[in-house]
Design a binder for this molecule. Structure first.
Ligand code: SAH
Length: 360
C-alpha cells in the first residue's frame, strides 16, 4: 500500500465520515473514535465499541501520525512537549496551569519554524521549515489534552502562540479551529481560542470573514513604524495604521475583542514616551493590552541583545495605558526554566538530560 493511502482523514468531517462508512462504521462510530483519540492514548480504542472491520482498518493505519519525542515539566507545572512528525521535523506545544483550579491553557504551534524574523524570538533563528497541516496542529492539542486529562484538568483556553505565524498558514489554522470547535466532539467553544498574529492585514480580513468566533491577538511591540521594523522585520511590510484598521474591522465584524501584545524591552520600547505613543494609538478603540515580560533568548538575528524591563518601569507603563482607558495586564511568565515561555520555542531537543521521555 503506498504511504499516502495510509493517511486517515480524521480531521476533515466529510472525508472522515466517508472513511468510517467505507470501513463498515456509522457516524456514531466516527464520533466515538475522535472523542477517544482526543482524550486518551490510542490503546484506549480497544475499549470502544466498534465494528470489527473498522477496528482492523484503524490498526492498519493509526490515525495519529506524530509522536512525543520529548516531554519536560517546569518547576511551575508547565508541560512542554516536543512533537515529531513523520518527516522527522518537530514543533513544541505547551500546557500551562490556568487562572482557575482545574483549568489549564494550551499553546499550539502553527508552523515548523517561522519566517517573520522577530529579533527577540528564538523561533525566528531557524527560519521557516514548513507549514503544518490542520491534523498536525490538532494532534498537538490531543497530546496536551491527554496530559490534562491525566492530571484531572480541563483545557479551558487554546492560544495559537507557539511556533510560527498562523495567518501565514491560514487554511490549515482555520481547518484546525473548525475541528476543535466542532460540537460533535465537545472539546472547545470558539471563544476559548485566541489566534495570535504579527499583524498581516489580509490574513486578519480573511479570519474575520471566516466567522470562526475566535479572539485575535496582535503582536504590536512598538507604536512607531520605524522602531517596529527593527524589531519585527517582516511585519515592517505592513504599516501599523493598515493593520490597526483591519483589527478595528475584525472587532466590528466578529464582535470579538482584539488584544494587543506588547513585549517590554528595556531601553528600547519601554519609555514613558513609548507608553504615551501607544496610548494615543489605541485610545478609545476597545482594545485590551497584554504587556509581556521579555524572556531572554540571547542574541537576536540582527546581533542585538534585549533585556526585560524592570518591574517598576513595567508598572509605570501599565499605569499610563490604564489612565488612557485601556484595560492592561502584565502577563505572568510560565515555564521559563524549560524554555517553554513566549518566544523560547525552537522545536529542538533540550540538552537537559533530566527531561523525561514520554511515558516514563
Ligand atoms: N507569530 C505569532 C505567534 C507566535 S509568537 C505572533 O507574532 O503573534 C507569540 C507571542 O510571543 C508574540 O506576541 C511574540 O511577539 C511573543 N514573543 C516572541 N519572543 C518573545 C520573547 N523572547 N519574550 C516574550 N515574548 C515573546
Amino acid at each position: 500500500m503506498p504511504a499516502e493511502s495510509a493517511i486517515v482523514p480524521w480531521c476533515d468531517p466529510v472525508q472522515w465520515d466517508a472513511w468510517v462508512g467505507h470501513h463498515g462504521g456509522r457516524p456514531l462510530h466516527a464520533r466515538r473514535i475522535i472523542k477517544t483519540l482526543a482524550r486518551k492514548p490510542l490503546s484506549d480504542l480497544a475499549d470502544v465499541e466498534l465494528p470489527r472491520s473498522l477496528r482492523v482498518a484503524l490498526a492498519a493505519a493509526p490515525p495519529l501520525r506524530s509522536r512525543i519525542a520529548q516531554r519536560q515539566v517546569a518547576a511551575d507545572g508547565t508541560v512542554k512537549l516536543l512533537v515529531q512528525y513523520p518527516d522527522g521535523l518537530c514543533v513544541e506545544a505547551v500546557l500551562m496551569n490556568g487562572d482557575r483550579p482545574g483549568c489549564c491553557a494550551a499553546c499550539l504551534s502553527s508552523q515548523i519554524g517561522c519566517a517573520m524574523a522577530c529579533d527577540f524570538c528564538a523561533t525566528a533563528r531557524g527560519g521557516l521549515r514548513r507549514n503544518l497541516s490542520a491534523d498536525e496542529i490538532v494532534e498537538q492539542f490531543f497530546w496536551l489534552n491527554h496530559h490534562a486529562e491525566a492530571a484531572d484538568c480541563r483545557i479551558a483556553s487554546v492560544v495559537y502562540m507557539g511556533m510560527g505565524e498562523p495567518l501565514a498558514n491560514l487554511a490549515a489554522a482555520e481547518a484546525s479551529i473548525r475541528f476543535l470547535t466542532d460540537p460533535r466532539w465537545n472539546l472547545l467553544g470558539p471563544r476559548q481560542i485566541t489566534v495570535s498574529t504579527v499583524g498581516i492585514p489580509a490574513g486578519i480580513a480573511r479570519l474575520a470573514e471566516a466567522q470562526l468566533g475566535v479572539h485575535l491577538a496582535w503582536s504590536l511591540h512598538a507604536a512607531d513604524d520605524a522602531l517596529r521594523r527593527t524589531l519585527l522585520p517582516a511585519a515592517g511590510h505592513w504599516p501599523i495604521a493598515q493593520t490597526l484598521t483591519e483589527c478595528r474591522r475584525f472587532m466590528q465584524q466578529t464582535n470579538r475583542y482584539v488584544t494587543i501584545s506588547y513585549c517590554l524591552l528595556r531601553d528600547v520600547n519601554d519609555s514613558p514616551a513609548c507608553a504615551a505613543a501607544l496610548s494615543g494609538l489605541l485610545a478609545a478603540s476597545g482594545f485590551h493590552v497584554n504587556l509581556i515580560p521579555l524572556n531572554q533568548i540571547g542574541t537576536g538575528l540582527s546581533g542585538a541583545v534585549y533585556h526585560p524591563s524592570d518591574k517598576q518601569t513595567a508598572l509605570n507603563f501599565q499605569q499610563t495605558l490604564i489612565a488612557a482607558g485601556l484595560p492592561t495586564h502584565i502577563r505572568r511568565r510560565r515555564g521559563q526554566d524549560i524554555a517553554a515561555a513566549c518566544g523560547q520555542l525552537q522545536g529542538a531537543h533540550a540538552a537537559d538530560k533530566s527531561a523525561a521521555p514520554y511515558g516514563a
